[in-house]
Design a protein around this ligand. Structure first.
Ligand code: ACO
Length: 350
């Protein structure tokens, strides 16, 4: 039976390090508050003009392709996960196809925010298992720094997020002791609005129960997607009810990890490494405690990079592998929770 396995990893983070103290220049916050509530010490911000979500993804992809010992010409499908694409459309996948001068292969963009990489992995896994593709390039990249509110008004969100990209090459294997064992995808749209960026969009307040999110003009046609009023009222930034997100995250993370373990007849003690989406160090610590995992079984790097949404898992995976924390035969769990809500896990034998 054909399974898929991660043949190689890659990552890219911008050079520009932004500390918590640096953020105090723009908003009323403190290093102490940020570290205590999130564990974050610093994050990277992309060069405002020279780097984009796609260019960072391309750098991570080049590293993964080289580590896989193949060339960009060998890739037969691209999946790109991001919540902040270079263009509203088309997606970043085609920009990667162009940048790496690849063949006229398929390119798919996934918009599942924090769980985007695990969703993308699950899609790629199906394509490999059916024999349709042999070298799938999975990229997740975010340039959050371009779209956050760095005034005190936006501090509950803007201190959390950082920029960066991760990538993997997925290939087939017939080795029964290796590869993706299972993936588990979930969603609950009941709370879609509590962690969301509404504008620009076509919602026209349709979903908000009379609560006015944007000043839609009463034009006969057009002028609804984006307006000067939206920008004047700072309605072009993400919104988040942090405590509400926290509450559901600490319930769903352990649940979906346990689901992956149980499906394959394992328990948390069998895990070599859990790589959770780096949402908040306190969430990871809660999950670790709930599953009774020791410190060596959980990899966190949010302290250095902040929350890089879809990119956080492939960045952490690449870093953990390069540090020698993952070896052939190890049981690895990837798990994510975020906006939507969507949450997901993947269990792999490395
Ligand atoms: N600096 C200083 N004070 C702040 C800041 C800040 N950056 N942000 C908020 N505060 C203040 C608030 O205004 C509030 O003040 P008040 O008590 O006078 O009203 C106080 O701090 C407490 O605010 P809370 O929001 O209750 O603080 P909490 O302890 O919940 O921490 C946080 C906020 C860090 C956002 C937390 O709720 C959290 O991490 N939630 C999960 C969010 C998450 O993981 N999101 C990402 C997942 S999805 C994805 O990755 C896209």
């Amino acid at each position: 039976m054909i399974k898929s396995f991660i043949a190689a990893t890659g990552m890219y983070v911008p050079k520009n390090v932004v500390t918590n103290n640096d953020l105090t220049k723009y908003m009323d916050t403190s290093d102490e508050w940020i570290q205590e509530r999130t564990g974050i010490k610093e994050r990277r911000f992309a060069d405002r003009l020279a780097e984009t979500t796609t260019t960072m993804g391309v750098e991570a992809a080049k590293m993964a392709i080289e580590n896989a010992g193949i060339t960009a010409q060998d890739i037969d499908f691209i999946i790109f996960a991001t919540l902040c694409p270079d263009y509203y459309f088309p997606g970043c996948g085609v920009l990667v196809q162009r940048a790496l001068q690849m063949k006229e292969i398929g390119a798919l963009d996934v918009r599942n925010q924090c769980s985007g990489f695990v969703y993308a992995l699950s899609v790629a896994d199906q394509f490999i298992k059916t024999g349709m593709y042999k070298n799938i390039l999975l990229i997740a990249s975010e340039k959050h720094s371009f779209g956050l509110d760095f005034s005190t008004r936006g501090r509950n969100i803007s201190v959390i997020f950082g920029d960066g990209a991760g990538a993997v090459v997925l290939q087939p294997t017939e080795d029964p002791d290796r590869g993706v064992l299972s993936t588990h995808l979930h969603s609950d749209g009941n709370n879609a609005e509590i962690l969301a960026m509404y504008n620009p969009g076509t919602h026209a307040n349709h979903w908000t129960n009379g609560h006015k999110l944007a000043d839609f003009k009463d034009a006969e046609i057009g002028e609804m997607f984006m307006s000067h009023e939206m920008i004047d009222h700072a309605q072009n930034f993400p919104n988040m009810d942090g405590p509400a997100v926290f509450k559901v995250a600490v319930e769903k993370f352990p649940e979906v990890i346990q689901e992956a373990l149980s499906k394959n007849g394992y328990s948390p003690a069998d895990l070599r490494l859990l790589i959770p989406h780096q949402a908040n160090l306190r969430i990871s610590q809660f999950v670790q405690k709930k599953l009774r995992l020791n410190d060596d079984q959980v990899y966190n790097n949010i302290q250095k990079y902040g929350n890089t949404t879809a990119a956080s898992i492939p960045i952490a995976l690449c870093e953990a592998y390069e540090m020698g924390k993952i070896k052939e035969g190890d049981l690895i769990c990837l798990a994510a929770f975020g906006s939507g809500f969507t949450w997901a896990s993947a269990l792999l034998r490395w």
